[in-house]
Design a protein around this ligand. Structure first.
Ligand code: FAD
Length: 388
């Protein structure tokens, strides 16, 4: 079989890329290891920023793929148990959305398949081959155990941090730049409606967050040590800790449906290409979830890569493909800087056991500046809504 682009991974980056290529008239096949049901139910991110929403609108897709509700330019902080709302300045109202990742994924699958896209679930042992030559191949086994080979011009590695694409690149080609923040988040999904779209606590016991996931559910986050185990967090302990850090009872202690631990880290792999293999999204970079930018960076990569392939296929001009890694990395590092700053601020300002009293006072000064300085507030708003 022949196609122009084999896309490994049918998550946010892979499905967005597939949809863009298909609508630009470029052949592609998406290979996804999991079942359709599994990817449509995988809950993770919840914010599509204004830049990403605008990208969908410009491609005529916003109404079909974006669910959820528009986000207000307001963050509700609780500092030492007191309410400190922060309205942020932005010229860009109304585009960004609280759109659960699985809703975006489900809608992208519907559009892609509805327009005749080739999406193969339960593809096992996906193996990119000869990506450093002129005609790469991708092998995989289907659910019936039959092996297939796809010849292609390009491989798009959209298979996340633990995928096969980056792992298939020989040792020593990519540099890995990373930073460990030294703590984890216990992430909790509960059938508990939120009073606000978002609420974030700065507290000596550590950071806590609550983000609406639709009208009836919330995602809670609790800063905790890296060596904690999920089993140590009974439902009662979760609620007690959330309430202690917010300094008020939650509206409803609804059933908890999932608990996981996420160590906070930043990672960038450079370059984001090897031969004809291009890495997109989490396969190339991770940002700490405090920034809510992981999904948005994945969408940015898909936008840049789709435009680059289109230019090459329609005009024979490879310049955008050659610039792909540099273009994306410039954007990625700008967001890594924002993510590291915001992550440090929100954690340092509370629990002093990680970085001490000096850092706590610096972080509190940074926090106050967001309220007191119009310039600082505007820059913060620019990052939250998404820079171009
Ligand atoms: P994914 O969405 O992970 O897609 C990768 C796909 O590749 C998956 O479908 C996977 O099944 C498939 N795959 C993997 N290996 C193979 C293989 N060998 N063969 C074929 N297919 C394969 N981001 C935010 O912006 N805001 C948030 O609030 C936020 N919260 C998060 C909370 C949690 C608990 C986690 C884990 C992440 C969170 N993120 C958040 C990050 C966000 O989910 C990711 O950045 C985003 O999903 C990246 O998209 P992607 O397409 O690169 O990867």
């Amino acid at each position: 079989e022949n196609t122009t682009v084999v896309i490994v991974g049918g998550g946010v980056a892979g499905l967005a890329l597939g949809t863009f290529l298909l609508r630009d008239g470029i052949d592609c096949v998406v290979l996804e290891r999991q079942s359709r049901q599994y990817v449509e139910q995988r809950q993770r991110a919840g914010v599509v920023d204004s830049r990403a929403a605008r990208m969908f609108r410009e491609r005529g897709l916003a109404d079909r793929v974006l669910g959820g509700v528009p986000f207000e330019p307001l963050l509700n902080f609780r500092v030492d148990g007191e309410t400190r709302p922060l309205a942020y300045a932005t010229d860009d109202h109304g585009d960004g959305r609280f759109c659960p990742q699985q809703v975006l994924v489900r809608n992208l699958i519907d559009v892609f398949l509805g327009e005749g896209g080739d999406l193969r679930f339960e593809a096992e042992d996906v193996t990119p081959e000869d990506v450093d030559g002129p005609r790469p191949r991708v092998r995989y086994r289907d659910g019936a155990g039959v092996t297939h080979t796809l010849d292609c011009a390009y491989v798009a590695g959209c298979d996340g941090d633990h995928g096969v694409s980056r792992a298939s690149i020989p040792e020593g080609i990519l540099a890995r730049h990373s930073h460990e923040y030294g703590y984890a988040w216990l992430t909790v999904l509960a059938d508990a409606p939120a009073n606000h779209q978002s609420m974030m606590a700065i507290h000596e016991r550590g950071f806590a967050g609550q983000f609406a996931r639709g009208p009836l559910a919330s995602r809670f986050y609790l800063q905790c040590p890296l060596d904690t185990a999920v089993e140590e967090w009974t439902d009662d302990r979760v609620w007690e800790e959330v309430e202690a850090r917010f300094g008020e009872p939650v509206a409803v202690r609804g059933p908890i449906t999932a608990k996981t631990l996420v160590p906070l880290r930043s990672v960038v792999h450079d370059p984001m290409t090897y031969g004809r293999l291009y890495l997109l999204g989490d396969a190339a970079h991770l940002v700490p979830p405090m920034s809510a930018k992981g999904m948005n960076l994945a969408l940015h990569d898909a936008d840049v890569f789709a435009a680059a392939v289109l230019r090459k296929v329609s005009e024979g001009d490879a310049s955008l493909l050659e610039a792909y890694s540099a273009t994306c990395l410039k954007h990625v590092w700008n967001y890594q800087a924002f993510a590291a700053w915001f992550t440090d601020l929100m954690h340092d300002a509370g629990d002093v056991s990680y970085r001490g009293e000096f850092r706590r006072r610096l972080a509190r000064a940074e926090f106050e500046r967001l309220h007191g300085s119009e310039s600082a507030n505007r820059l913060f708003g620019e990052f939250l809504t998404g820079l171009n």
